[in-house]
Ligand binder design. Structure first.
Ligand SMILES: Nc1ncnc2c1ncn2[C@@H]1O[C@H](COP(=O)(O)OP(=O)(O)OP(=O)(O)O)[C@@H](O)[C@H]1O
Length: 729
């Protein structure tokens, strides 16, 4: 039997094909595995690298914040007793508390719940809550119960630098050494925020009242209500993310969870339009509709507003009510919350509260005032500010008052001289030779809080004032106003003209209904503000903050700077920070708070610390006018090679001249108008430590011609290591 042929199942061709296929599969599989491993390794490396950069937001485990109950905090502060009040911010009251274990704490309690205060609360909670540094005030915990929002901080026994520099209880203990250390501490704090954190954190409101002092007068930065996390994507800012942070004040839910802090449910999604709308709204009128920004548009805004304003007109109450644009769909949770009552703050009568609310309310008009009103001009702000400053206690002013007092006494002592005549004669004589500021005479009249129209305060001239004298006084005040206007504000007016032209162009080009609305609100608010200002007494403890506008603090006002040049008063849609400390570019429409804006504020802070003066200091004597604006005075001194004249007179000769001039020079370089030219904080710290040379200052700050500037000997100065905080270096 012939054998059957073996079926040709495996030809050499078949084997080769299979082998090739197998090889190809193996190679591609191993390639995929290899690439995945590479990808994984890259990610691990990236993650580790960033972790090593002390990324505060990833160190979740160690940063769990303690959640306090309201009851616990109430006990710690003896029922939030007024005796325990240690500070007052624009939107919160700070109490000293004692925990059961005897530890002192500072409890910051929101006075009322508005979008803005909620946003700042969230900011502090999520940004500061995720940071740990010996140069930052430690956030220990929080309390969120219904409408109550409280933050618990480590207690800083020496309170704020502001109180120390300008407070009544100045015992002169802020020696040069301490001042220098505080400058160093703030620089280190900013170094941590800008360079030690990834992503960097921008504080956004560096000023003396936000620098707290510990037992040894070492400075720590506080108040992260305006701070921002800088998010940079492929070299460009991520607009969306930035804005969402800017206006919602929230990190994402995940990141919040990561640092163990709560997201307060209602404010998760808020955008620019809402923030603007809400920034001119009061907590009392806050509505749920405001939270859903996605449905907001200009039409709904104007519609809501017109309904609201109609209601207001009907009820005859137009005071402080732009907010009522949001009156539709009122949300109980966020409607009228009177925190102070709950907190047992006894001294706030309902009337007072209303006034306070109105006052804050006025402050929230900033955006409308900026963007819309035809009447808006920087001059207004300057005049308003001047009004309050003239009331402020001021050594130079006091000096001048004493002189005037002496003069007046002399005049009165002569039996032949009638007081009124004497005053008149004096006025006509002095009129010829000096500006009205030189002839300011004191009064006992109450001062209105804002506006140059108010009386000039003095504590040293007792007794009732004859009618004629009052008239004279008014005359003088009017002259003072005119003089200020002529001398200092013409430049501002020019800028305002430009601004108005721009606004007109804008209006012509785009007829958007809500502009008119804004104007109506502004005018309405302005009227109510004027009424308020007529009634208010002068409070020297005011500060102009762009987030709160005029606000009361326990300490004296800190204000001034570039306002004479108008730089700080340019129009912007979302100005935040504190006047005179805020960088000029931030007022120019730049929406991003950059590190260099912090550097600018730091420059102002240095000058304030070194000089013991506020950035804008209205002085009685025209001879001292040049000193009114700390920054321009400093620039003038630099030009005349005399910067040490800026050093606080209280220090007499008891200070380190090299350190002082180093600080002033650093400040000058921080105050350069072009942000890019300002040094970064890493360099500043190195310069302060003496590890790096001071960069060349621009020609405008130099007393010498350019050639000399460049041949100027560079100072290399070693600061004794004892100056640095142990364990930190
Ligand atoms: N941890 C603290 N220890 C001691 N005093 C504090 C502390 N925190 C705040 N203060 C005091 O309370 C004052 C107001 O605090 P803070 O500026 O934080 O309130 P705020 O409402 O955020 O003010 P702002 O209007 O600047 O936002 C401070 O100037 C300081 O005197």
């Amino acid at each position: 039997m012939p054998s059957r042929p073996f079926p040709p199942t495996s030809s050499p061709n078949f084997f080769t094909k299979n082998r090739i296929l197998f090889l190809a599969l193996t190679i591609s599989a191993s390639l995929v595995i290899f690439c995945s491993i590479l990808y994984l390794l890259h990610h691990i490396w990236h993650f580790l690298k960033h972790r090593l950069q002390t990324n505060p937001f990833n160190e979740s485990a160690s940063l769990k914040l303690q959640r306090f109950s309201y009851k616990e905090l109430k006990q710690a502060t003896n029922g939030f007793h007024t005796e325990n009040v240690i500070g007052k911010g624009g939107s919160s009251t700070v109490f000293k508390g004692t925990l059961k274990d005897g530890e002192f704490i500072a409890i910051k309690s929101l006075d009322s719940l508005s979008l803005q205060s909620e946003q700042e609360f969230q900011n502090e909670l999520h940004i500061l809550g995720g940071l740990r540094s010996p140069f930052l005030v430690t956030l220990l915990g929080y309390c969120v119960e219904k409408k109550r929002r409280l933050l618990v901080f480590e207690y800083m026994p020496k309170r704020s630098l502001q109180e120390f520099l300008f407070g009544d209880d100045d015992d002169g203990s802020l020696s040069w050494e301490k001042r220098f250390l505080v400058i160093m501490d703030v620089a280190r704090a900013l170094e941590f925020l800008h360079l030690g954190c990834d992503p960097p954190v921008i504080h956004g409101d560096i000023k003396p009242s936000n620098v707290l002092l510990d037992d040894e007068y070492r400075g720590k930065i506080s108040d992260f209500g305006l701070s921002r996390i800088k998010v940079e994507e492929e070299g460009e800012f991520n607009d969306e993310l930035w804005k969402s942070q800017e206006f919602s004040g929230n990190l994402t839910a995940e990141s919040a969870e990561a640092i163990g802090t709560p997201i307060v449910e209602s404010v998760n999604e808020v955008d620019f339009a809402l923030a603007l709308k809400a920034s001119s709204s009061s907590s009392k009128n806050y509505s749920r509709s405001g939270f859903n920004v996605r449905v907001l548009n200009l039409n709904s805004l104007s519609k809501n507003a017109s309904i609201a304003s109609e209601n207001e007109i009907r009820s005859g109450n137009t005071k402080g009510k732009e907010i009522s644009t949001l009156d539709v769909d009122r949300d109980d949770e966020f409607s009228s919350i009177d925190h102070s009552k709950e907190l047992n703050v006894n001294n706030a009568s309902s009337k007072d509260e209303e006034e306070k609310a109105n006052e804050k309310q006025w402050g929230k008009d900033w955006w409308w005032r900026q963007d819309e009103s035809g009447e808006l001009c920087s001059k207004d702000y300057v005049m308003e500010w001047l009004g309050s400053q003239i009331c402020a206690s001021n050594p130079d002013w006091d000096e001048e008052k004493n002189n005037i007092h002496k003069r007046t006494e002399l005049e009165y002592s002569s039996p032949t001289d009638k007081p009124d005549d004497a005053e008149d004669n004096k006025e006509s004589k002095e009129n010829e030779i000096t500006s009205p500021l030189g002839r300011v005479s004191p009064c006992n009249e109450p001062c209105s809080t804002r506006g140059i129209n108010h009386q000039i305060c003095s504590g040293g001239y007792p007794g009732p004032r004859p009618k004629k004298e009052k008239k004279n006084l008014k005359k003088k005040q009017r002259k003072i106003q005119d003089w200020w206007k002529e001398e200092k504000l013409s430049e501002l007016s020019k800028k305002n003209c430009k601004l108005k032209i721009l606004q007109t162009k804008w209006k012509k080009g785009f007829k958007v209904p809500h502009f008119e609305l804004g104007k109506r609100f502004y005018l309405c608010r302005r009227r109510s503000f004027q009424r308020e200002s007529q009634n208010n007494d002068c409070d020297p403890n005011e500060e102009f903050s762009f987030r709160k506008n005029w606000r009361k603090t326990r300490s004296s006002p800190s204000i001034g700077s570039e306002m004479w040049s108008g730089d700080n008063l340019s129009s912007t849609t979302s100005m935040r920070g504190t006047l005179c400390y805020v960088a000029p570019e931030y007022g120019g429409g730049c929406e991003f708070l950059m590190e260099k804006a912090d550097i600018y504020s730091f420059g102002v802070l240095i000058l304030v610390i070194v000089s013991g003066r506020r950035p804008l200091h209205v002085l009685a004597s025209p001879m001292k006018m040049e000193k009114a604006n700390l920054i321009s005075w400093c620039r003038h001194l630099a030009q005349s090679d005399n910067i040490l004249e800026l050093v606080d007179e209280k220090l007499k000769e008891d200070y380190n001249k090299e350190q002082a001039s180093l600080c002033i020079n650093i400040a000058l370089s921080c105050l350069q108008k072009i942000p890019e030219l300002r040094p970064d904080i890493g360099d500043i710290v190195k310069i302060l430590k003496g590890d790096m040379d001071l960069p060349y200052l621009p020609f405008e700050f130099s007393p010498s011609p350019p050639s000399k500037v460049y041949s100027r000997s560079r100072r290399k100065q070693k600061i004794p290591s004892v100056l640095y905080r142990s364990g930190v270096e």
